[in-house]
Design a protein around this ligand. Sequence first.
Ligand code: GLU
Length: 319
Amino acid sequence: MSRGRFAPSPTGNLHLGSARTALAAWLVARAGGGSFVLRMEDLDRPRVVPGAAERICEDLRWLGLDWDEGPDVGGIHAPYRQSERSALYGQALDRLSSLGLTYPCFCSRADVARAASAPHGPADDGPAYPGSCRDLPAEEVRKRLAERRPAALRFRVPEGEIAFVDGARGAVRNHPAKHGDFIVRRADGLYAYHLAVVADDVEMAIEQVVRGEDLLESTARQILLYRALSAAPPAFAHVPLVLGPDGQRLAKRHGSIAIRDVRQRGVAPEAVCGALAASLGLCGEGDRLRPADLVGGFGLDRVSHQPPRLDPSKWLSSP
Ligand code: GLU
C-alpha cells in the first residue's frame, strides 16, 4: 500500500506541469493499491486566488483523477485546507521549541516574507541566512520581545549530510546547513511551508510524496523536521519539470499552459492525459487514454528521467 497526496497551492489555474505531477503521484498511489489525498496549500493568503482551489479540483476530475480524501470530499484527516490547520502547526512548533530547536529571529529580510510558499528553485530560496540571531544572549532576546519587536521563529539546522534515496532520482545527498536556519513561523504568525507540509504529511499518514524536481532541495530540510518530530519520513520521488519547446521551464509565454485553457479550446481529456503520460514516458505520442488505463503495470522505474518538452501550440490543433 502506498498512501500518496497531491498538494497544490491555489495561486492560479492548474498548470500542465502540475497536472503531470498530479498524474504521477496518483499513479504511484493507485498502482500500489493505496489511497490518494488532495490537500490545498493555501497558507500564503495574499497569493491565493479566489476560486482557484475549486477550479483545480474540477480540472483534476476532468482529467480523470480522483481522491479519497480532500477539501471537497472530506475524510478522517479533515480539514484539507492548510489555512484551517493552524492548530496542528502550532503543536508541531511547540514540540520543536520545547526541544530547543527554534529561536526568535528579529531580522526583517525578504526570505521571512517568502517563507509561507514552497521554494521552487534557488531564487525562491533566497540567500542563506547568516545566523545573525542564532546565538543572541537570552537577556537580549527577552529585552527585544518585551519591546514587542516582531520575531520570526527559525529552526536550528545542524551541520552534516542528509542522504536519502529518491524514487525518481536515486541516491541524493544534501547539506541543508548551506541554506542556514530556516523560518518555521513568520513574525506575523503565519506558519512556514516547510513546517506545514511536514506536519500535514505526518498527520495525514502520507507514505509516498511525489512532487516536482524544483522541491528536491527542500527535502533535506524537511527530513530534519521529520527527525525532530520523531516521525518517519515518507518515500520521496521528484519528477523532472516540464520544459517548453525552447528547453526553458514551461511558462505562460509558451502559450496555453493551464488545463483550463486547453479545455476551453475543446481538447479532449484523453488527449491531454495521453500527452502528459507520453511526457512521463508511459505511452506513445498521440495516444489517448484515461489515467485508469495506466495503472496496470505502472512503476516509478518506468517514468522517464529526462525533463520533457511540451509544445502547447501543438495540443490546440488536436481536439
Ligand atoms: N504546495 C506546494 C506547491 O504548490 C507543493 C508542496 C509539496 O508537494 O510538498 O508547490
